[in-house]
Write a protein that binds this ligand. Sequence first.
Ligand SMILES: *Cc1c(COP(=O)(O)O)cnc(C)c1O
Length: 356
Amino acid sequence: MISIAKPYIGDEEKKLVMEVLDSGMLAQGPKVAALEEAFAALCNVKHAIATTSGTTALHAALLAHDIGPGDEVITSPFTFIASANSVLFTGARPVFVDIDPKTFNIDPAQIEDAITPKTKAILPIHLYGYVCDMDAIMDIAERHNLVVIEDACQAVGAKFNGKVAGSFGTGTFSLYATKNVMSGEGGMITTDDDEIAEKCRLIRSHGMKVRYYHDMLGYNYRMSDLHAAIGLAQMQRLEAFMAIRQNNAKYLNEHITSVVTPEVRPGYEHVWHQYTVRVDGGRDRDAAVKQLNAAGIGTGIFYPVPVHQQGYMREIVGDFHLPVAERLAKEVISLPIHPQVSQEDLEKIVTEVNKL
Ligand SMILES: *Cc1c(COP(=O)(O)O)cnc(C)c1O
């Protein structure tokens, strides 16, 4: 089976983890600081703050922007549940706006209709490694005085008009085991704003700047140096791995003819966390998945149920339809694209997908 995801763990990862073990200091320390520095440099921002996960990065970033009860945050329903859950953690309410069927990302043209006096932030998600239309989103945010928090969990290193994901608003990343840069579990917040960065650091560590003096309510969202060691080794592979993903995607786009392949518009640099096709025209997606799996091609469905239709979420936000997200949830199949997919694998994927 050609797997849909396969974390790469090489000698450098093992060497850096052993350094931490040998040092005897396992909690947040010099490796976390080095990983933060590498992330800030990659995103071209002043500050990067490591956390335990993408979910806690999102939560801390929202709290740092004073988002809480009574506030509304506009976001996409076509994402991993953490994007919207982090809004709920603060006591605020997610407001879902439908997506663009070509990009899988929030449709900027529908954002303004969703703005109310309670709207405090826009939380765009750069799904599959493809940056949202940040010109349009930053323009709306500026005109309505809204905060922008980017869910860049799948988009480390992705670019729009030369600008890196996580550098438009306050950026949040996940270093979960299958993400493009991983540390097993982990997260990162990126910002140019000194005050937001300081607040994120306080929230990460029980509101504590001076030991055992607590300035505000905070959490324990600190990354360990063991995790950071893995992440640091991965950061050194980022450019090379990104290039392999991009080449793999190019090959699949050039050769797959049976289903709708993803497009990349001019000005965008896609980092292909997922390579996602659409089985359109009312065809049976689940039958297609079975056929591919039986032929040895691993697949993923990201995501089978849009967030606004998850049972508990519906109780909070009400019952309504977002037709594009709901249709695409029934059409998408992600195919193996990671750096350990070989040319032979790619040819097999094309052959089997074109039989659909
Ligand atoms: C992975 C992911 C998250 C959450 O990250 P964790 O590290 O798993 O908490 C949030 N949003 C998106 C879009 C993701 O893909």
